[in-house]
Write a protein that binds this ligand. Structure first.
Ligand code: XIL
Length: 461
């Protein structure tokens, strides 16, 4: 690599075409005249700004509108992991991953493949193999998946989370069968299948200088010395408010000095919920610090947030009682961290208005909550001039809420972005008429109601 700035400039050239394409297609209306969309600001600094998307996210039009307007890189949240792509030995399922790729391509977003080898979300057949069959299974998996996506991905997280919390290689099926050499073997196998994808090792708690990042540094120093194909290190960056490590920039610089790209791959910044204003302000400071660290290190190629908004974030599920970890609230409205991120990227703090409410439907909702549960009653009024024949109402539950039962509608899934559909007796709604349904849900502290409702694809007032 001659200079890292050249590498970044190459990235910007691609990105500029992307923006042009989107403008022509008229998709960037939310970015605003001032160009405050994060991707536009990031591209001007020669980095990308990404998000993670899951298959179910794609049916939430509010979420996908934000994703398409703000982000220029997509990481599939789960759809390229081994348990999805090869649930039994030699049987491959690329449908879910292909859907994410197709969304990204149609929105001129690039894709980080995630991931080829990981101890988690690994189907049990792999760990049950006799150890002398694990290497062949790993190589076949990598070759088949990387070949399937060949030419479509910017990068692959080839090995995810190889280290335990003390900085020792995890004694998973791969290590137990092949020793530490499985990592070099995985990288070489991925390179042979897709020579143009950037190949990464990705892990958490390696953002600052500590025993675990020292172990990663030793490992990649050896891999580089042995000529193993490796292009970058992913710093997941699942932070807790106020705990962005002060050594993060220096740590990124030492990896860059080995001739590697660095990327912030899964940024979020969690807090206890409900969120306090003080924590939201600290989160804004933290996001700005992370972005500033990336901009200060020439080999930092971009920042990806893990999810679009608090409603689709993995945090409430993985860390009960915590959440509010992203730049967008449960209704996909920008939070202080969005503004601080835009400012850190060199933009103004103008936030983008949501699309105007339509005049064809109106939704009211009432919640009755107790310490662990709630009931919510929702009324849709047809304010348009034609009759509705069959309705489908999309909305997003606050983080931690899970529907346990519903009446006068069927609702699925039970958390996050959900869709309520009429039952056989209430699908017709005449102009001026209303229909009501409701549900019971459990919650973990956030009892807020959805702020946005989309009826048969149209946002309601
Ligand atoms: C998480 C997903 O977001 C969840 O939906 C899933 O249940 C568990 O995995 N580190 C990673 C990601 O590398 O793949 C994880 O994603 C979050 C932690």
């Amino acid at each position: 690599m001659f200079t890292t700035r050249t590498a970044r400039a190459g990235l910007a050239a691609t990105a500029a075409l992307t923006v042009g394409g989107l403008l022509l297609a008229g998709v960037t209306s939310e970015a605003g005249a001032a160009g405050t969309g994060l991707k536009t600001l990031a591209e001007a600094k020669n980095i990308y700004f990404g998000t993670a998307l899951t298959q179910s996210n794609l049916s939430n039009s509010t979420l996908t509108a934000v994703a398409g307007a703000q982000f220029d890189m997509v990481t599939p949240g789960n759809e390229m992991k081994w348990d999805t792509t090869e649930p039994s030995n030699g049987t491959y399922n690329f449908g879910p991953g292909d859907q994410i790729v197709s969304f990204a391509q149609s929105h001129s977003m690039r894709i980080r493949g995630h991931n080829l080898v990981w101890h988690s979300q690994l189907p049990s057949w792999v760990s049950s193999l006799p150890s002398n069959q694990v290497q062949a299974a790993m190589e076949a998996h990598i070759t088949t998946e990387a070949t399937h996506y060949k030419g479509k991905l910017y990068a692959w997280d080839v090995v995810n989370e190889p280290f335990d919390d003390s900085g020792n290689l995890r004694t998973d099926a791969f290590y137990n069968a092949m020793g530490s050499g499985y990592i070099a073997d995985a990288l070489r196998t991925a390179h042979a299948a897709d020579p143009n994808a950037k190949l990464y090792l990705n892990d958490y708690n390696i953002e600052g200088q500590n025993a675990k990042s020292d172990a990663m540094y030793q490992l990649v120093s050896q891999l580089k010395a042995q000529g193993v194909p490796i292009d970058g290190i992913g710093l997941e960056s699942h932070f807790i408010v106020g705990q962005v490590p002060s050594s993060m920039r220096a740590n990124m610089q030492r990896f860059a000095a080995l001739g590697l790209d660095v990327a912030i791959t899964e940024l979020d910044d969690r807090m206890q919920t409900p969120a306090s204003n003080a924590n939201l302000a600290q989160q804004a400071t933290d996001y700005a610090a992370v972005v500033a660290n990336c901009l200060a290190v020439p080999r930092c190629v971009g920042v990806s947030q893990w999810g679009v908004g608090d409603a689709d974030s993995w945090i409430p599920g993985a860390f009960p009682g915590q959440g509010a970890a992203t730049m967008y609230d449960n209704n996909y409205q920008p939070k202080p961290a969005y503004n601080s991120t835009a400012t850190a990227l060199g933009g103004s703090t103008t936030t983008t208005p949501p699309p105007p409410p339509s005049s064809t439907c109106k939704v009211t909702d009432t919640v009755n909550a107790w310490n662990t549960g709630l009931t919510e009653s929702i009324t849709i009024t047809n304010t348009g001039s034609s009759a509705i024949s069959g309705w489908s109402l999309a909305f997003t539950l606050a983080g931690g809420q899970a529907i346990t039962s519903a009446w006068n509608a069927t609702i699925a899934p039970s958390t996050g972005a959900v869709t309520a559909k009429n039952v056989n007796y209430n699908g017709s709604v005449a102009p001026g008429a209303s229909v009501s349904f409701g549900f019971q849900a459990s919650h973990t502290g956030d009892t807020s109601t959805p702020g946005d409702f989309t009826l048969n694809g149209t946002r309601c007032a």
